[in-house]
Write a protein that binds this ligand. Sequence first.
Ligand code: PFF
Length: 459
Amino acid sequence: MGEITRPMPQFTSIFSWSLIRHIYTVRTTREEMEREEQRWASTAGFLAACVGSAVGLGNIWMFPYRAGKYGGGAFLAIYIFLLFIVGVTGLTMEWTLGRSRGGGPIKSFAVMPFGKYLGVLPTVTMFLILSFYSVVFAWILRFFVGSISGEIFRESFLNDIAFQPQSLIFCIIAISITTLIVMAGVKRGIERANLVMMPLLFVLLIILAIKSVTLPGAYRGVEFYLMPDLSEMNATTWLMALSQVFFSLSLAGGTMVVYGSYQSKNRDLTLSSVATSLSDTAVAIIAGLVVIPAVFAFGMEPGEGPELIFVTLPKVFASMRFGWIFAILFFFTLILATLSTAISLLEVCVNALCEHLKWRRKKATFLSALLTMASGSFLSVNENFFEFIVDLSSIYLVILGALMASIALMWFYGSKRARDELNRGGRIKFGRWWEVMGKYVYPAVLIVILLAAALFGIG
Ligand code: PFF
């Protein structure tokens, strides 16, 4: 018996060892496959996704109405000036942080004391932005349907749908479309979708801008928009333009950190930051050219505020020959811009759940989508709360997140180390100026806007 039983443990141990090895191999292969899927297939894909995140409501909804309200050309001139100073530095810092630490804000901010906890803030900010985004996304979908049926030409259309229970269903549709793309993965979902959506968005916007600037009487709008009037340059114009740059480029320590972490170490980040900033500005400028000259051509005012594209523009389309075609194209373009940003916001939530709770992607996406549906639906019918969340997340929390990301990278990770990391694979190399900008100028600018916003209030 003894002789029979002795070899058994050996057999069992060999058996279990190979079983463990088998399970381990299957597991690592699956993890490797998942990690591989979590990488951009090409720099073009990375760029499309980053431009997709940057180009959104900030460009097509906020930029034209803020430009219309805060001095037209003066706002535009300051915006372009700040974009290059702040935008390129901010984008490269957030990407480098994510890439060097190999993860989203929670993992990346851990280089500094309490960083792990501070990193939760940008994650929550992305969730809040996504929640209000889903409300506006729902209106846009409804306007798109309404432009086909002709309902948008009814003066009261915005009031009929906004903050009414009927917008809930569109909110759920908006989140479901976003979820399907994110669930498909970084490479197969996010990258592929953006590679199609971004070129299409540019082409559509250019068609719309050509139509707008060639309308009779549009030149007055072009003049208002493109000629800076120095007397309009006051502190508010500067503050609004600055906070617009951060929001517009998605600089908040969230999406750009996560998207940077999916970029391989030997690929370019420097030239990509210039390309992303340029594309984002181009879209904002062209969106202004679509909206402002057309509004002037029909003798209306561009300083309407947030209602500019939902109330003033439909009136413009109604007065225009074949206006309904342009209305359909315009709202479709807005869907592309909003969807590509919503994807990036949802991805940050999914990334956090996968990275820290080790959840599978599908489960994480599903839960994030459910939570967004709950908060989006709540905001869809609570106007005051909606306005509060828009201001809180798009001004204060965005700036706070961008500030923390720059401090984590330049002060705790080390600015020299960060620059070496950034320049690795870079088509152009950034010099010491980048360290000075990122370590001192950028955080100082952010602190000034934060204080000014808190003391005088902006929005
Ligand atoms: N950049 C987006 C827009 O212009 O609409 C908004 C945004 C996305 C802001 C992601 C911040 C962010 F982290």
